[in-house]
Design a protein. Sequence first.
Length: 312
Amino acid sequence: KADAKIAIVGSGLIGQFWAMIFAAGEYRVTIFDIYPEQVTKALENIKATLSRYESEGCLRGNSSAADQAALVTGCNDLGECLKGASYVQECVPESVELKQKVFEQMDPFITEEMVVATSSSCICVSQFVGNLKHKHRTLVAHPVNPPYFIPLVEIVPGPWTPVEVTAKARALLEQVGQSPVTLSREVAGFALNRIQYSIINECWNMYKDGLLTAEDIDRVMTDGLGPRYAFIGPLETMHLNADGIVDYCKRYAQGAYNVCSTFKPPPILYDVPTAEQMLQEIQKTIPVEKVPERRRWRDERLSALAALKKRI
Ligand code: NAD
């Protein structure tokens, strides 16, 4: 492992997180970016962030922040970045055209031992690797922001990705402390966003219907479903809330069906007047200019939750 190398292509927010996660797992990490000055900035940011995590007690891995930072190097040549890597994580902006271009540029350097993952949030890998020689070595490994504290990674194979490649990615991600799930095939939104959008849809419709304030809708999650879901998922919840999941269905299916039949079709999401109205309300506690501060607040809490989940 000490010699194993990970290549990160694109060194923005997500690329930097991946670099820190693999360095905590004691991998050598090389980051590449189209802008050399961005590589320099990313390396500085990684060093400072690891040092901050160390002083806040939330650094991952068994080595010091300085040792982890020393494992991360920068590179201004894509071929050089991929050379000798066993795993590549692409983290360029979310655009089919750009990802297609970057994967075409990577193709000559991909070997039969490499796994090449895209961090893509929504775009399936088949949308941009169809013409590549090494398309069978590619897949989606979609992290959740901030991946350092939210461990889920969605692995989504392309139609030509063999199970060994998917399994290799999963084993590596587990080994560095992430929590991967594997989809059997491509589907729009993967799993997390399919679930997330169904939640947002209902929140949006309830708000539009004037049923609850924005604050109270969010509280249903933060003080209701959220704490539960941090430990048990919706299916296990059904299992535990009755004498097993079959008993739950017998007891509650009709009630659930009655509720579900009142659901409205998906809203035209983010219609501006409703969004503006929500903004007026949310601004009272979190003005837009305070969003960066609130993000730091979020990360501190997610870090504490991750530590708690490890401890208990
Ligand atoms: P970002 O804009 O912060 O970083 C993208 C980086 O890619 C930049 O440093 C940019 O200079 C670099 N880049 C642009 N063109 C390039 C090229 N041709 N070759 C190499 N590097 C290039 O974006 P991000 O938020 O880190 O997102 C990266 C990917 O991760 C996207 O696909 C995004 O959907 C996905 N993702 C983002 C989040 C999130 O919350 N930000 C969460 C999960 C997944």
